[in-house]
Design a protein around this ligand. Structure first.
Ligand code: ADP
Length: 225
């Protein structure tokens, strides 16, 4: 398969490493990374109507309503850079979103290649999220324990302010996990039925996770040696 035709979904709890894995897969295959969380955060920063709407849900650790999210992803997938190939990170997050995505792809005569499900225990998730810091300007992700910035509070990449995401505070993390188990976890069964799921352990080092994904891609013929 041509890399520019790869269509992937990254599934996994908050803090399972979707963003990091997406970054590596983009480097390897050049596939466009679409993170709904990043798009919402950019809109919040710019104070757009979409940002104002999304913010109230995100701050509570709840999902932004399906209509809003589906329309936003539909617009993004209509743009030329990801018309045929893309890697969705954080979408779909409900069965309804998955069904709408299927319809949208069917209209274009396209199908998904794989759904990568990143598996991590709750304890690791809670530690990762409480340690995570992000750059308020460029969105780069750091960790006070595993990937600290060289200068405290200053982004290594762009010099921006490094902060804790509002929804990474402990009370919101619990609500995000509850939302994940209720609304998003059932999606692995949904895609399992289509034979698309690739379960990958994501607890130790992310490069090990990437190597396992590559092995699976080879076995499925998504990439060639
Ligand atoms: P994480 O995976 O670490 O929870 P994200 O950046 O993917 O972080 O998402 C942050 C928040 O953005 C979610 O808690 C939710 O409020 C909102 N969000 C992101 N993607 C979706 C989606 N597909 N549907 C509804 N809400 C979403």
């Amino acid at each position: 398969m041509e890399d520019d035709n790869m269509r992937l979904i990254l599934l996994g709890a908050p803090g399972s490493g979707k963003g990091t894995v997406a970054e590596e897969l983009t480097k390897l295959y050049g596939v466009e990374h679409i993170s709904t969380g990043d798009i919402f955060r950019a809109n919040i920063k710019e104070n757009t109507p979409l940002g104002i709407e999304a913010r109230q849900f995100m701050e509570r650790g709840e999902l932004v309503p399906d209509e809003v999210t589906i329309a936003m992803v539909g617009d993004r997938l209509a743009q030329p850079d990801c018309e045929k190939a893309f890697m969705l990170d954080g979408f779909p997050r409900t069965i309804h979103q998955a069904q709408e995505l299927d319809k949208l792809l069917a209209k274009k005569g396209l199908a998904l290649d794989a759904v990568i499900n990143l598996i991590v225990s709750d304890d690791i998730i809670k530690t990762r999220l409480s340690n995570r810091r992000i750059c308020a300007s460029c969105g780069a992700s750091f960790s006070v324990t595993f990937r600290p910035t060289k200068v405290e509070g200053v982004c290594d990449i762009c010099g921006g302010n490094v902060i804790q995401r509002e929804d990474d505070k402990p009370e919101t993390v619990l609500s995000r996990l509850k939302t994940y188990y209720e609304k998003t976890q059932p999606l692995s069964d949904f895609y399992e039925k289509e034979g698309l799921v690739l379960r990958v352990e994501s607890e130790v080092d992310h490069m090990g996770t990437i190597r396992n994904i590559q092995k699976d891609f080879l076995a499925r013929g998504i990439i060639q040696e």
